[in-house]
Design a protein around this ligand. Structure first.
Ligand code: GCO
Ligand code: MN
Ligand code: MN
Length: 387
């Protein structure tokens, strides 16, 4: 099999992912920074389709207008040379000390206003570069102590900011959708709207819910011990899977951001199978970084590995669907003796009456075993290359 990435695979990386220099809370950087132009070339060579960015991944926060102009022009040239595009952009609302207490939920009203200004400018930049999805990751929108902020007030502030920014995008006539990215903690002790389900509930309360969807991340749901495939499925079913951040993470550990598929292979398999079967058409964005042990050769290996594992799992999903023994089990599981369909579907008063009167053979229902052990073992053997 040829696992070479192609543009139609929609594989993207953030400038901050391959550009990660390996700083952690215990140690200094281990890799010298590459410029955005160099990073675009690295990604082009690795076979990525697109590159995403925070405003300050490209333009430093204190750049002069002429610096800004030059940096953006150089970057656009690199995009042209490599054929890469910028499908998604976002704002850095977490690095600068001004955001120590959050951005849209900060207690200081001046910080909240500054966060709106910075985001409008970053939206302009993203749209100029061609982005059609704009991500909101509220990394510092939280607390270490609930003495600091009223959680209801924080939700109101976050809602007000998103409503403001939706209206801004509409006023400008931009073709841009928002994708909210939940995370339970890190860098704050607790971050508001911690899971995909929480975000979905929140989106329904916005002025323009149709403009706003989800950017679920594997590591973030796994940090909470949740099933990522289920979270993605719920976002998809709600028509809200606007973007996805792929990486990996051992349950119960710190925020690891490992290479896609490097820890929970089986859950990565079911995720890829899901995305391919529903024909999710958005970016497959790898929000991860190379181990701190690596030099830039290792970073290239990391980027290729993310894409290669995705493509291998996609091929495994195809084989799963075409495996006669697996499919026979799938059919057996869904087998129907035809005695119940009269009650399926929506409610009618007649259905309710006849169903209430029906005599079920409860013992027979309870006696039926399900062949899930066999099905799972066949799945594992397929993944291990034994079938
Ligand atoms: C994290 C987040 C970020 C965001 C990024 C884009 O855990 O740090 O996943 O990487 O995805 O800021 O919004
Ligand atoms: Mn993350
Ligand atoms: Mn992310």
């Amino acid at each position: 099999m040829d696992y070479t990435p192609k543009p139609e695979d929609n594989f993207t990386f953030g400038l901050w992912t391959v550009g990660n220099i390996g700083r952690d809370p215990f140690g200094e950087p281990v890799r010298s920074p590459l410029s955005p132009v160099e990073l675009v070339h690295l990604l082009g060579e690795a076979g990525a389709y697109g590159v995403n960015l925070h405003d300050n991944d490209l333009v430093p926060i204190d750049a002069t207008p002429s610096d800004h102009e030059r940096i953006v022009q150089d970057f656009k040239r690199a995009l042209q040379e490599t054929g890469l595009c910028v499908p998604m952009a976002t704002t850095n609302l977490f690095t600068d000390p001004a955001f120590r207490d959050g951005a849209f939920t900060a207690n200081d009203a001046r910080v909240r206003a500054y966060a709106l200004q910075k985001t409008m400018r970053a939206i302009d930049l993203g749209v100029e570069l061609g982005a059609e999805v704009y991500v909101f990751w509220g990394g510092r929108e939280g607390v270490e102590t609930d003495a600091a902020k009223d959680p209801v007030e924080s939700l109101k502030r976050f809602r007000e900011a998103l409503n403001f920014l939706c209206s801004y995008v509409k006023d400008q006539g931009y073709n841009l959708k928002f994708a909210l990215e939940p995370k339970p903690n890190e860098p704050r002790g607790d971050i508001y709207l911690a899971t995909v389900g929480a975000m979905l509930g929140f989106i329904a309360t916005l002025d323009h819910p149709e403009m706003v969807g989800l950017n679920p991340e594997a590591a973030h749901e796994h940090m909470s011990g949740l099933n990522f495939v289920h979270a993605v499925a719920q976002a998809w079913e709600a028509g809200k899977l606007f973007h996805i951040d792929l990486n990996d993470q051992a349950f119960g550990r710190y925020d690891q951001d490992f290479r896609f598929g490097s820890v929970n292979l089986k859950s990565a398999f079911f995720l890829v199978k899901f995305l391919e079967e529903v024909a999710y058409a958005g970016s497959r964005h790898f929000d991860a970084h190379a181990y701190r042990t690596e030099d830039y050769n290792g970073v290239r290996e990391f980027a290729r590995g993310c894409m290669r594992t995705y493509l291998i799992l996609k091929e495994k999903a195809r084989r799963w669907r075409e495996d006669p023994e697996i499919q026979a089990l799938v059919q057996e599981i869904a087998a129907d003796d035809g005695s119940a369909p009269v009650w399926n579907g929506g409610y009618t008063a007649t259905k309710a009456t006849t169903l209430k009167d029906h005599a079920f053979d409860r013992k027979a229902l309870g006696a039926r075993g399900m062949p899930y052990e066999r099905l799972d073992q066949l799945t594992v053997e397929l993944l291990l290359g034994a079938r």
